[in-house]
Write a protein that binds this ligand. Structure first.
Ligand SMILES: Cc1ncc(COP(=O)(O)O)c(C=O)c1O
Length: 391
């Protein structure tokens, strides 16, 4: 096959792809560790990782080996048949969740949320949901019902109802919104798409108490925060709160699509065929996820995420403190935002020219989701480039 340049690839996608994604005019061709290369061979430090997906970096040998070996054996194994990789992954996820529970494996974040939505109604026999303002929970109809932005929801109404939308980190608002009709409260421990906004510890603790008091489930959406992104496997561990249900996706497969919904044993009330998926729990994705989880443990990556996250945020703060366009640095672990007083679009483009790929998270936020294996040297390069593009 003849290799195309960026313009040729862009032309193809623009001609044949539904018009859904604002494109960056960069065609990625390969990746290794924290680096990616475009179709012309330009090298970038990747602080996007496919929106927090390639947590071990690109082409990590453990993931490549697991996927290659599994692909050569069997890639599909519909769930009525057992498979060792699936069983092992489910066991590990339950251990990480706290030692007791049940798992439903799927293929994406929105599916992990969709399962939680159905499970909450199934278990409580109630209809209502509570979600936070500025929350993002996905784009399939159930998950979309919980997502905040009107722009995403309005064209597709009517969606699920009733959904009460409360101010994030406002305990009183949550207290007033959760009733005896509430099936579940859905929260992110750090709002990701909402601009990297961490919950206050007292807020999540109160959410736990309110849900217990009213008989509603507390569902933590850990799609972006989970798998160690914040320095703990689940971000809720920082807050001393145990939810009834947790949703994972993004980083779990290290690049291979997978979603997981993990529920306390007592609330995992589905009966056969009430929910399901053809691809969910396939051996390829499970083998990748098992390799990711083994590597996180084996290479003590959670500690590295915490240490490097602290270092990154402190150095960013110091480098930007005197800049007139700079507002604040916030985040946890390697989930880091630089909020500006100006739109982030131009600085993002300027960073890409300097060989740094980062993400937006709202109008004025630069978001950094580097892989857990990123070196201090690469973090230094990112900090210098950010200091150059922010005025
Ligand atoms: C917190 C959160 N939940 C759910 C989703 C949806 O995940 P997916 O895009 O895999 O469907 C996302 C995606 O960004 C997310 O950040």
């Amino acid at each position: 096959m003849v290799c195309m340049n960026t313009n040729e690839i862009a032309e193809l996608e623009k001609k044949y792809e539904m018009n859904l994604y604002p494109k960056r005019e960069i065609a990625l061709a390969k990746g290794e560790g924290e680096f990616v290369w475009d179709a012309e061979g330009k090298k970038y430090i990747d602080c996007t990782t496919g929106v927090g997906v390639a947590i071990l970096g690109h082409a990590h040998p453990a993931v490549v080996a697991a996927v290659s070996a599994q692909a050569a054996k069997i890639m599909t194994c519909y769930q009525p048949f057992y498979h060792e990789e699936r069983g092992r992954l489910e066991q590990k996820l339950v251990q990480l969740f706290g030692g007791s529970g049940k798992v439903m494996l799927s293929n994406s974040g929105t599916e992990a949320l969709e399962c939680a939505v159905k499970l909450a109604r199934r278990h409580t026999q109630r209809k209502g949901f509570v979600a936070a303002m500025n929350a993002f929970h996905g784009r399939s109809s159930g998950a979309l019902s919980l997502t905040f932005k009107d722009k995403y929801r309005a064209p597709f109404e009517p969606l699920l109802s009733p959904v009460a939308r409360v101010r994030y980190n406002d305990v009183e608002a949550l207290k007033n919104a959760v009733t005896n009709e509430t099936a579940a409260v859905f929260l992110e421990a750090i709002q990701g798409e909402g601009g990297i906004r961490p919950a206050k510890p007292e807020y999540l603790k109160a959410a736990r108490d309110i849900c217990t008091d009213k008989g509603a489930l507390l569902v933590m959406d850990e799609v972006q925060t989970g798998c160690g992104r914040t320095g703990k496997f689940f971000a809720f561990e920082h807050f001393g709160v145990q939810p009834d249900v947790a949703c994972l996706a993004k980083g779990l497969g290290g690049g291979v699509p997978i979603g997981a919904t993990i529920a306390r044993e007592e609330v995992a009330s589905f009966t056969p065929l009430e929910h399901g998926t053809t691809f969910g729990g396939n051996p390829l994705a499970c083998a990748a996820a098992n390799a990711v989880l083994r590597t996180i443990e084996g290479e003590r990556l959670l500690q590295k995420v915490s240490e490097n996250g602290e270092y990154f945020m402190q150095k960013l703060q110091a480098a930007l403190a005197a800049k007139s366009e700079y507002r604040e640095v916030r985040g946890m672990g390697l989930m880091v935002a630089v909020e500006l007083k100006v739109p982030s679009k131009e600085p993002l483009t300027a960073l890409a020219h300097k060989g740094i790929l980062a993400l937006p998270a709202g109008e004025q936020v630069l978001r950094f989701l580097p892989p857990f294996i990123i070196s201090r040297g690469s973090l230094e390069s990112v900090i210098s480039a950010v200091a150059e593009v922010v005025k």
